[in-house]
Design a protein around this ligand. Sequence first.
Ligand code: HEC
Length: 97
Amino acid sequence: MFHGNCVTCHFETKAVSAPSMIEIREHYMRAFSKKEDFVAYMSTWVKDPKEETSIMLDAIKKYELMPYLHFDLESLQEISAYIYETDFSKEHNGHKE
Ligand code: HEC
């Protein structure tokens, strides 16, 4: 699910039209050390992307606000947990899209 959807904009290791997943993950890791906080904040934010609640305002200036995606909260929690668990700097060889 993550690979099919998020990766169209968020390449895992390089930033093209949106910050890379490595950048986002590092940023969120710094802000939320606990997995439950990380997952709760990210899934809620992606459900309803808003400048006021963004923790990556520089990215919005650079790329514009992320568009709204039609995911339910439960799927987003799964995706966020996956992002939390995955070290993208080691993952990018041989991943499937
Ligand atoms: C159509 C392109 C696009 C898709 C698809 C997309 N994103 Fe984004 N995303 C962006 C852009 C552009 C930004 C940077 C601007 C911003 O933060 O809003 C961003 C920022 C983010 C942020 C940073 C939030 C913050 O605090 O500002 C998170 C987290 C995120 N995306 C997660 C996801 C996840 C998870 C998915 C898949 C379910 C996804 N994105 C799919 C374009 C996309």
